[in-house]
Design a protein around this ligand. Structure first.
Ligand SMILES: C[S@@+](CC[C@H](N)C(=O)[O-])C[C@H]1O[C@@H](n2cnc3c(N)ncnc32)[C@H](O)[C@@H]1O
Length: 243
């Protein structure tokens, strides 16, 4: 498979359906599990992402999409620094319902689009910035995902991909492997009620391209000035590329 490959899925369509229904089941507990399992670092990772793209958010009339927005945490963090409404998209209805609740509670006006990231209902060359936090790894075809992001960005538009990565074979890497393979699935299952979702998480991180590999894939998709920033000992990386 060209992207994520959950156990039992034999085609891209099956992989994509599995991902959508898995997120649908954990949507009500997703935020809690996220904050607990990351020791709240997820808020900091998103805040750093916003910092890197703030110069675009501050432009008048900037058009911004948070892809795979889930329950809307990055979307709302982007919106807090933007004068324009930031859009969010996701293909999982229960995640979007949770996002909509948060948007309303915070009295924001972020348009939400229910769509597959591989087939966005947006014209070519229309966006200044596309962000995606912890969603890209779940796509059934990474190169098609990059091509789709590239297609809807304006020339000089920026893609910002925040995703889990591998810290390498250091002492910290070994501790992290123990945490993610042995501890995280148990706590995640207890918090979310889904054993499979939190078995899939470390498995999909382990299979995801390294930071260097993802950068090379972005260049292959036509992005230039591709760079990445590692965070928290390399467990997370933010990739930035310009169309
Ligand atoms: C781990 S959650 C991340 C949510 C949010 N960005 C965050 O930072 O918390 C991944 C999200 O990606 C969405 N997703 C995965 N594959 C997708 C696809 N092909 N098209 C649209 N959304 C997708 C899932 O539905 C889920 O809401």
């Amino acid at each position: 498979m060209k992207g994520t490959a959950p156990a039992g899925a034999t085609t891209e369509q099956e992989a994509s359906q599995w991902v959508r229904s898995m997120f649908g089941r954990i949507a009500p507990r997703y935020d809690l599990a996220n904050h607990v399992l990351s020791l709240n670092l997820d808020r900091w990772w998103r805040a750093r992402t916003v910092k890197h793209v703030r110069y675009i958010l501050e432009r008048p009339a900037a058009r911004v999409l948070d892809l795979c927005c889930g329950t809307g945490d990055l979307l709302l963090a982007l919106q807090a620094k933007s004068a324009q409404p930031v859009m969010g998209s996701d293909f999982c209805h229960p995640m979007l319902t949770a996002a909509q609740g948060k948007i309303l509670r915070r009295k924001r006006a972020c348009p939400l689009i229910e769509a597959d990231a591989l087939r966005l209902p947006l014209p070519n060359g229309t966006l200044d910035l596309i962000t995606v936090a912890f969603g890209f790894r779940n796509l059934a075809d990474y190169q098609s995902g990059l091509a789709e992001i590239h297609r809807v960005l304006k020339p000089s538009g920026v893609a910002a991909i925040l995703e889990f990565s591998q810290p390498g074979n250091t002492m910290f890497g070994k501790l992290y492997a123990f945490y993610s393979l042995k501890v995280l699935p148990r706590i995640g299952a207890a918090l979310s009620g889904s054993r499979e979702a939190y078995a899939y998480l470390p498995e999909s991180i382990g299979k995801f391209p390294s930071a260097d590999d993802l950068a090379a894939r972005m260049r292959d998709a036509g992005f230039r000035t591709v760079e990445f920033v590692r965070m928290t000992g390399g467990t997370v990386a933010l990739h930035l590329g310009t169309k």
